[in-house]
Design a protein. Structure first.
Length: 177
């Protein structure tokens, strides 16, 4: 009997470990990949505009974006993009060229596309929700825990923004967390 309990215990531990290994994570892609994928198969786009030095950006990655309910929903409804606001390359988007900027003191400045996406309000983390035609619908700033973040992504992912206000949507929203 004791041997059976020990075997059962370790079998359950193995199942639990496999379940944790398969825990869904957000399938991040580059901005360029999202543009390409949208052209092939239109889907809404979620852009996480971050910087390497931003502590709240890292906390979003470790908590909210790591939540399996959030990750599953985002993967299903959005192309998810990580966009370093201080990247130093050049991008072409809708026929316009955007470049990374160096500041006079030699430090990296914000990329012109980050400036355009955030409408000049350079705050991190910030999130841009785009429709299937890659037109910005909303810019949201600041850290949000999973409970705060979930209704916001559903508001756009479920296309409720087309029919009701955010306040009305939140009143009716049923959380999966």
């Amino acid at each position: 009997m004791k041997k059976t309990l020990i075997i059962t215990f370790f079998a359950l531990m193995g199942i639990s470990a496999k379940a944790q290994e398969k825990q869904e994570t957000i399938q991040w892609m580059s901005f360029e990949q999202a543009v390409e994928r949208c052209a092939e198969q239109p889907k809404m786009v979620f852009i996480d505009v971050y910087t390497d030095w931003c502590g709240w950006c890292k906390r979003m990655d470790q908590s909210t974006f790591a939540n399996p309910v959030i990750a599953s929903y985002m993967n299903e409804h959005f192309y998810c993009v990580k966009f370093d606001a201080e990247r130093q390359d050049t991008l072409v988007f809708f026929g316009r060229q955007y470049v990374g900027n160096m500041r006079p003191d030699g430090r990296r400045g914000s990329h012109q596309l980050a400036q355009a996406l955030l409408r000049g309000k350079m705050s991190y983390p910030s999130y841009v929700i785009m429709n299937e035609q890659m037109k910005a619908l909303q810019v949201i700033g600041g850290y949000q825990d999973a409970k705060q973040f979930e209704p916001m992504i559903h508001f756009f992912g479920d296309e409720a923004y087309k029919a009701m206000s955010g306040e009305d949507f939140i009143k009716e929203f049923k959380s999966e967390l």
